[in-house]
Design a protein around this ligand. Sequence first.
Ligand code: IMP
Length: 214
Amino acid sequence: MSPVEPDGVPPQAIRKLTPGKLVIASHNAGKVREINALLAEYGIEAISAADLDLPEPEETGTTFVANAELKALQAADLSGLPALADDSGLCVDALGGDPGVYTANWAETPNGRDWTLAMTKVEQALAEKGPDASRAAHFVSVLALAWPDGHVQWFEGRAEGTLTWPPRGDVGFGYDPVFVPLGNTQTYAEMDPAEKHAISHRAAAFAAMVDAVL
Ligand code: IMP
């Protein structure tokens, strides 16, 4: 499904991305590493927002699109370069799509983000739904590509799967150790990164973006 548009916004003309610098509007080193790996072959020089000392905006949106857009627009505006942001999260069927847009918030502690805590919270919430609750879940990634003149376009990717417990594997980041993508037996965190990149929600969003703008 690409490009995606928020409800009620008319489709915009697709603008192409030319080789050169692109700001990756993220301070999440795991995401920046994955995005760099996915863009390397297109002559795009990815620079992270952290390297440019750009501030990290508050994610005040209630949708993945809104949050991706506000991050990309701010980075493009402050850097004067095209900027790419990803907003992503884990949506659990039996939890009505939670933690969804609030996936990172479930990891917050006074001392920073704790992913073991976040995975435990999801597991506890599922346990409260009873032994027959579905363990189906999907990751969503929305990419927003913005230019300094305010032009922005969006692309969405999904990865369907199930949640396993206890967590397995130590590659990757976030909720990787509990997510088993459809058709696999390994969690994202047990896979070789190249294998994850080939099937992940972010890879699907990238494929949609590459198809449209490169
Ligand atoms: P945000 O997009 O910065 O709001 O963060 C979304 C959160 O979703 C991340 O911090 C991760 O915890 C989680 N997440 C997104 N993509 C992945 C993934 O590929 N693996 C594991 N966790 C992910």
